[in-house]
Design a protein around this ligand. Structure first.
Ligand code: HEC
Ligand code: HEC
Length: 293
């Protein structure tokens, strides 16, 4: 088909292209496209006039509406800071009991506390605070140093066996290595410690060992772990009658503790975390316990 022919069905001209007898119409662009093009053009004109648009050297056309996202951001940051300050002052000044009873304050404590704990404490105590070998379970185990808010706050502030003058000092002596007890006495004491947490002696010989171990315990261990083995908070000596162990509770682990002793190191956070952050962490740990009871 030649150029310029008119299609008899639509009345439009054809382009002259043809494929297997099918010719291409040269139909005009639909009007609606021009309409939207025009609308977009008008919109951009209006936008340029009203809103910040064109860079001119070091400044830019500001627009009649004076919109400025920098200022809006600064304003909302200022509002957030003010809200945080109010909240922080509340946590700093209110007593532990007041905050623990205040559900909305505790919501923020949980959020902030989880982040603080994850950043500073989880490496040793685990993300869930349940500890691991060498590190105590803060979420469940009976307290080494007592569970009042002040005791917990003190541990966090000054640490345990840490390089702070006010650090807590925790000493499980190395009875074997330092030859404070003979080998048989250590085996007897270990047998008795196993019975404390509910493991029944395996036979007659074990029972006799544990009985002798009880006397050794009274003479050598009770000063720190208590007559009943339930531990003493002022020594940081753990309760030996429960199912929680710092260094492992099997016969081998217990023998190892008696032979080589143990001195856990908990860093001091005085000067590394603000008093507010430390208070939040104390509340966070108390809250973990309350949840799990
Ligand atoms: C380098 C490892 C390490 C880090 C980091 C660490 N801890 Fe500890 N923490 C320990 C050890 C070890 C003990 C137990 C020491 C002992 O045997 O007496 C402990 C004990 C504690 C206790 C005393 C528990 C009790 O039963 O009385 C609290 C509370 C505590 N940590 C809180 C924290 C908090 C909060 C953080 C983060 C700010 C933290 N710890 C970071 C190692 C660590
Ligand atoms: C001077 C105080 C002191 C004396 C005495 C002492 N202990 Fe300990 N014992 C501790 C402290 C503190 C710990 C915690 C050490 C740590 O984990 O940092 C501990 C930990 C232990 C543990 C490990 C507990 C665990 O959870 O892993 C065992 C077992 C134990 N002692 C048994 C004994 C026995 C048995 C004797 C006596 C032969 C004894 N202790 C004497 C202070 C003492």
């Amino acid at each position: 088909m030649a150029i310029g022919q008119r299609d008899p069905h639509t009345g439009h001209m054809t382009t002259g292209h043809e494929w297997n007898g099918i010719t291409e119409l040269n139909s005009p662009v639909p009007r609606v496209i021009f309409f939207f093009l025009g609308a977009a053009f008008l919109y951009s004109l209006v936008y340029w006039v009203l809103m910040p648009a064109w860079p001119i050297g070091v400044t830019y056309t500001k627009g009649l509406l004076g919109a400025n996202q920098n200022l809006a951001l600064a304003k909302s940051m200022k509002e957030a800071a003010a809200a945080r300050e109010t909240w922080a002052r509340h946590i700093e000044t209110a007593s532990y009991d007041e905050i623990l009873a205040d559900n909305s304050a505790m919501q923020t404590v949980r959020q902030t506390g989880r982040a603080l704990f994850g950043d500073n404490c989880a490496a040793c105590h685990g993300q869930d605070a349940k500890g691991g070998k060498g590190y105590p379970n803060l979420a469940q185990a009976p307290w080494l140093w007592g569970g009042t808010p002040d005791e917990i706050a003190r541990t966090i502030q000054f640490g345990i066996n840490a390089d702070h003058p006010d650090t807590r000092v925790s000493q499980m002596p190395a009875f074997g290595r330092d030859q404070m007890l003979s080998r048989p006495d250590i085996l007897d004491a270990a047998a008795y410690v196993e019975t404390l947490s509910g493991t029944a002696p395996a036979g007659e010989a074990e029972r006799a060992r544990a009985a002798k171990g009880k006397e050794i315990f009274a003479a050598n261990c009770a000063a720190c772990h208590g007559e009943d083995g339930k531990g003493k908070h002022d020594m940081g000596a753990p309760d030996l009658t429960d199912r929680f162990w710092i260094n492992g509770g099997g016969p081998q682990a217990i023998l190892d503790t008696l032979n080589n002793g143990h001195q856990g190191h908990m860093p001091a956070w005085d000067g590394r975390l603000t008093p507010l952050d430390r208070k939040i962490l104390t509340l966070y740990i108390l809250d973990l316990r309350a949840e799990r009871k």
